[in-house]
Design a protein around this ligand. Structure first.
Ligand SMILES: [Zn+2]
Length: 234
């Protein structure tokens, strides 16, 4: 049986690497200085380098099921993504954090269905999106809205990380919420002032917020309510 992966590794070495050899040499000698932490869903159809036109050394990437951000308080079993956030902000001094969800997300869809008991880690992980769920029957529209709401929910959770919040408040760090619509080839970016997602093609910026300094009441933030109320079943 031909070893397809081995062929690809060899192609990388012979065809791709020579074009970027100098760049990789610099990145080794001077170390990495990515300006952006990209937290994206693991979905194979989401290709961060294609979306952003980034090359080697430009994105510090974290990918997980549904692009969730675990709570800062360090719940057991959720350390990987939290550790990457701390490292990106404290050691790499990134200036942007993108949370990127997408259409047809299996992780978000699973919030409306059953997860096998055997997938106990997945079951626990999905709870990080529970608050984004809508009290309606699953439909294409509801899934789309839940995907967007989840992105905002994760941005809010990011603001619970002290090193994130302090830098955002000082204007040293920007948070961006993105929802990638696979079939349209377009990213909708969250606009905190409008409380909704706006197509990148007509947006004046690459996403803002939430930057609200209003304290959270009863575990519900004003920004999240805003997008909640903006949703109307069609
Ligand atoms: Zn997904």
């Amino acid at each position: 049986m031909p070893d397809e992966l081995l062929s690809r590794l060899r192609r990388f070495n012979t065809d791709f690497f020579p074009q970027y050899q100098d760049r990789f040499k610099d990145l080794v000698e001077q170390g990495q200085h990515p300006t952006t932490l990209f937290i994206g869903c693991s979905d194979s159809r989401l290709v961060p380098y294609m979306l952003t036109g980034a090359g080697p050394g430009e994105l510090f990437l974290v990918r997980n099921v549904a692009a969730f951000v675990p709570p800062y308080d360090g719940s057991a079993g959720h350390h990987g993504t939290a550790a990457a956030i701390e490292y990106a902000v404290l050691a790499l001094n990134v200036q942007h954090i993108i949370v990127c969800g997408h259409s047809h997300c299996g992780g978000i869809r699973a919030l409306y269905g059953e997860v096998p008991d055997e997938a106990s880690n997945l079951k626990a992980w999905l709870e990080l999106g529970r608050e984004a769920c809508l009290p309606v029957q699953l439909s294409d529209e509801a899934l789309h809205r839940t995907e967007e709401r989840s992105v905002v929910l994760q941005l809010e959770r990011l603001m619970d990380y002290p090193m994130v919040r302090s830098r955002v408040e000082r204007g040293e760090l920007a948070l961006h919420g993105w929802h990638y619509v696979i079939e349209a080839g377009e990213v909708n970016v969250f606009d905190v002032h409008q409380g909704r997602f706006v197509p990148a093609s007509s947006s004046e910026h690459s996403g803002t917020g939430p930057y609200s300094l209003t304290p959270v009441h009863d575990g519900v933030s004003p920004i999240f309510n805003e997008i909640d109320e903006a949703w109307r079943p069609r």
